[in-house]
Write a protein that binds this ligand. Structure first.
Ligand SMILES: [Zn+2]
Length: 340
């Protein structure tokens, strides 16, 4: 390959220019916060003017320890940056901002008497920010990996409160999500519960091709995982978790469904607000519920009503809210009698 004099000369000149720029930057130090003055463009007679390499000044917040001041500084800095495009520090700023917010929300969740609902909301919004970074076309592999790890940490925080909820219902043992192998909930697809709970709605699962349950926890757990998957993948828009807060199998095992920190998805739109969803597994339009399942349902309803000061009258079957056969002709009368 023959080299023509024009481009070679301009390449040398360009290299010299870059070295000059580098020397200029070094003299300012790595922490320079103002943009370096642009050098005169190098004239290239035979080619269109070549852009100088993009040099990003390191923002002042880089390397600072975590504090609210630092998060504010990142936020202010990000406001002056283009919202997308190839910038390592723009992605890094968004990542560190979401990470910092998540960390403060985590501390608030751990604090006694803190604003749990507020902190949960902040975990949720941090998670959304991290999700954006993980999918940002300009994020490096390392940044994507850090964002994904933090998303998992946020999910753990959102899920971790299950134990508290389950334990507060001492009237009946509740089998936790970890035991039935629940997939992590997707907080960004759900509404946090506001103002506690005021009513309870009883459902039956009445699945098409309902799995035969052998009464073991393992068997019911597998059925729950299937139901959760169908709620999270087949609904449009997709749900953030299984729709019910509690589920009861024919052997009387009570399972924790969606965490009570989240509004349920079981009674259509606004009917879900402050409404606990309890699902009896089976089709009680076709079969009678077992005594074991009904005993557990009664204990669960009693415990929930005590915990949230819900009157008996505020317990109803799904068909009392809308036109449906749920919870079935063999279960609805039981619910009506309980609520009396
Ligand atoms: Zn129902």
């Amino acid at each position: 390959m023959t080299s023509r004099p024009g481009p070679t000369t301009s390449l040398r000149a360009w290299t010299r220019g870059s070295l000059l720029l580098l020397a200029f930057l070094v003299s300012f130090g790595c922490r320079a916060t103002r943009a370096p003055a642009r050098l005169e463009p190098i004239a290239t007679p035979t080619e269109p003017a070549q852009h100088e390499p993009d040099v990003e000044p390191t923002p002042a917040w880089v390397g600072e320890p975590l504090s609210w001041e630092k998060l504010k500084a990142i936020e202010t800095w990000l406001a002056t940056q283009p919202t997308e495009g190839a910038s390592f520090w723009r992605v890094e700023g968004e990542l560190q901002l979401a990470q910092g917010r998540l960390e403060f929300a985590r501390r608030d969740l751990g604090a006694k008497g803190g604003d749990t609902a507020g902190a949960t909301k902040r975990v949720k919004s941090s998670r959304a920010g991290l999700e954006r970074v993980a999918q940002d076309a300009y994020a490096t592999e390392g940044q994507k990996k850090r964002a994904q790890d933090l998303v998992a940490r946020a999910d753990k925080l959102l899920d971790g409160k299950s134990a508290t909820n389950a334990n507060s219902l001492a009237s009946v043992p509740v089998i936790g999500r970890a035991i039935w192998g629940a997939a992590p909930a997707r907080g960004e697809r759900m509404e946090p519960t506001k103002g506690g709970y005021k009513r309870i709605t009883v459902h039956h699962s009445a699945e098409e091709n309902a799995p035969e349950l052998d009464g073991s926890i393992a068997d019911s757990a597998a059925a729950l995982r299937l139901m959760q998957r169908s709620h999270m993948e087949s609904k449009s828009p997709r749900w953030g978790d299984i729709g019910y807060h509690f589920l009861i199998d024919p052997a009387g095992h009570v399972f924790q469904g969606r965490d009570l920190a989240w509004q349920g998805a079981h009674a259509d739109g606004d009917n879900n607000i402050q409404n606990i969803g309890v699902c009896m597994i089976g089709n009680f339009d076709e079969e009678k519920p077992t005594k074991a399942a009904l005993d557990s349902l009664r204990k669960l309803l009693d415990g929930l009503r005590r915990t949230y000061s819900i009157p008996k009258l505020a317990v109803c079957g799904h068909q009392d809210l809308k036109s449906t056969r749920c919870p079935g002709r063999f279960l609805e009368p039981w619910v009506k009698t309980y609520a009396r």
